[in-house]
Structures are given as structure tokens and as C-alpha cells.
Design a protein around this ligand. Structure first.
Ligand code: ZN
Length: 185
């Protein structure tokens, strides 16, 4: 994404991470969608390459500076990158020395959170033994199996390693169903 005028003004044309190269890219700090300036960080092409590959840990020494940037998006991205290499003593030391406000820190760490609950299409938490209703028709690939929208599935079982899937019996067959296609009853 090209850099907006506002972002150029904020970073004064220089990468907000390394502060040495011209800023050429807009980096959106997830999970934001990037429509707001406050979600964006102006970075250079080298920093972008490093973010995508993250092979040279020492490259990120520059974050010792950028973590003190007044902009929360820059703080969050710097913290997140440092956290990803926190097995390096120096990176751990930087993380310890800064005090971000709670919201910014959560933002930074949100990238490392794993979804650990099964949720239905409406965000309700699913549990073993729940009864659910299909919110759309199911057709199991490669078989003649199908189930209509609204089919009730009793006593579901959560698939342990995949929070997007449950198992349930329909027409005496146990099948895997995606959580996003069910509604807790
Ligand atoms: Zn840079």
C-alpha cells in the first residue's frame, strides 16, 4: 500500500522502524484493517523484507529506538517484533525496559494468541456434548452425504487440535463439521 500524505507527514519520509531508510511502504499492524492512520506504520523495503523473513535477528537492534516512538502503532509493531526474537538476551532486555500502556501491549501480543476455544457462527463458545443446528446445508465432498440447513446435531465433540472443527453424528454417520456453520442450540 502506498504511503498516504498524512503518514508521510508523521514519519517525515523516514522508516519508523529503522529510522535510516526512506519510508516506502505502509505496514498495517494486525488485526486492524489499516483504514486509520493510527493502525499504520511507515516502513522501508528492507524492514518489510525482514518482517516477512525474520532471519537476521540482529537487524532488529533498530527497534531499541523505535519502541520509544510516541505512536502506539509503532510501539506495538516494535514490541511484537522484539517479542518474536525474545530468546535473544538483548531483545528480552529491551522488552523489560519499556512500559507500554496496557492496550498497546495487548495489541502487540495479540499476534501470538492462539484461539483456544471452539466458537459457533455467532461467537458462542461450544463445549463437548452441546447440541447445535446447521446454519447451512452440508455436503461432504466425495460422498453422497448431505444434510439440510437446520439439521440438529446432538452431543457434538470438539476436535482437540483444531478450534475450527467439531464432530457430530448426522444420519448415524460421524462427520467433521466446521464451527462457523453451526449455531449452538
Ligand atoms: Zn526500515
Amino acid at each position: 500500500m502506498p504511503i498516504s500524505t498524512q503518514l508521510t507527514e508523521r514519519c517525515q519520509g523516514t522508516c519508523e522502524l529503522c529510522s535510516s531508510q526512506p519510508a516506502t511502504e505502509t505496514y498495517v499492524v494486525s488485526p486492524a484493517e489499516g483504514h486509520a492512520l493510527t493502525d499504520q506504520v511507515a516502513i522501508c523495503s528492507e524492514c518489510l523484507t525482514q518482517i516477512n523473513q525474520n532471519t537476521d535477528k540482529n537487524y532488529w537492534r533498530c527497534l531499541e529506538g523505535s519502541i520509544w516512538n510516541p505512536e502506539p502503532a509503532v510501539q506495538a509493531l516494535s514490541y511484537r517484533l522484539l517479542y518474536s526474537i525474545n530468546t535473544e538476551d538483548w531483545a528480552a532486555a529491551v522488552l523489560e525496559s519499556v512500559e507500554l500502556d496496557e492496550k498497546t501491549q495487548q495489541w502487540a501480543l495479540s499476534a501470538f494468541e492462539k484461539a483456544d476455544t471452539h466458537k459457533d457462527a455467532f461467537g458462542n463458545t461450544l463445549e463437548n456434548g452441546d447440541t447445535v443446528v446447521l446454519t447451512q446445508a452440508l455436503n461432504v465432498k466425495g460422498t453422497s452425504f448431505s444434510a439440510a440447513k437446520g439439521t440438529v446435531v446432538k452431543k457434538i465433540r470438539l476436535v482437540p487440535d483444531n478450534t475450527e472443527q467439531i464432530e457430530g453424528k448426522i444420519n448415524e454417520q460421524t462427520i467433521v463439521i466446521l464451527c462457523k456453520y453451526v449455531k449452538k442450540n
